[in-house]
Design a protein around this ligand. Sequence first.
Ligand code: MN
Ligand code: MN
Length: 395
Amino acid sequence: MSEVQRRQFLARSAALAAAATASLNADTASGGSTSFMNNVPDPLLSGQELPTFKFALEKSEGKVIGGSYGKEATVEQLPISKGIAGVSMRLEPGAMRELHWHATAAEWAFVLAGRARTTVIAPDNTSETNDFEPGDVWYFPRGHGHMLECLGDEPCHFILIFDNGYFSEFGTFSITDWMGHVPRSLLAKNFGLPESAFRGFPKSEVYFARGEVPPAEPAKPLAGWRLPPQTHKYRMLAQPPHRVFDGGREWRVDSSQFEISTTLMGVILDLDPGALRELHWHPTSDEWQYVIDGDISVTMFGSHGRFRSETLEKGDVAYIPQGYGHSIENVGTSPCRVLVGFNTGVYESIDLSQWIAGNPANVLATNFGKPEALFEKFPHDDVFIASQNGPQPRP
Ligand code: MN
Ligand code: MN
């Protein structure tokens, strides 16, 4: 670029930035944009010490009906987790998480064991039924009505995340709860049926309904098949890993592969014993972790000298607020697997090695008060995962 071109470019960029600021201010005035909301100090994160960021989800009791349960981690159980709530749910054969919607959250799920079937409807008058196996993911946009049922004669177990830490799975809008509180005369008029048709309907929320094991092939909806333009299902672990390293691998699915999932996305991270997902942060999202297997140490840095680490075992969850530095290390003797959820549809992270590699040695020398030659020895690229022996050459 010539000097003239460069100045023209800078002038144009400045004009664009001014326009963006003007529209942002307009949005903020109308309460529309939340871009700078995180500048408001969060009392929980403003103290001298960082609060705990771990919760033993699978050790909690949750809600149990027969052989089915739901255990949740909201701001109630894990106060730091304001951006993302999570649920561990098990359904016994013949059990169904009844028709419901979430007024204040979208739902993203990862299937751990067994098989499940979902039916979800959308405002465009479409509906989709899908069958899921371990490693599969679903996403339901906020407010879209859905049900989940166990398939076959083995129980199923899945992890749900919601893009709102204040959302409680036990405060969903369930079809039996609603219809049980509407006068029968109103239901009769609504559906064009006699009031007697509604005799014996549940009077309060059923939550887990129990019936026959569903047929092997899904039955067609009353309205017939009217499929949505975007599917709600993605076969995450059926794909090759997104990145493979000496020391671990990562599967990642965001809205670039799974278009409908615009507000939540997930990662499966495998680390060999001693391996480290390096120090990093996420500029645009909070992070929610669930340990599927193994023992990990998670560290978190929160400015002002505040640093904390937690040790997690199978079934524990952790939460890292947007922009906070963190790392995950396998401190056990066997491989570990961690489900990591984010409240964004587009993944972004900055790794410490990448940050350092993006700066000249003389800058680093001045910053740390050490010779430039030392920094020449640092990795010249992003490390991402280091094995127990340190970063390995990139494949
Ligand atoms: Mn749900
Ligand atoms: Mn992270």
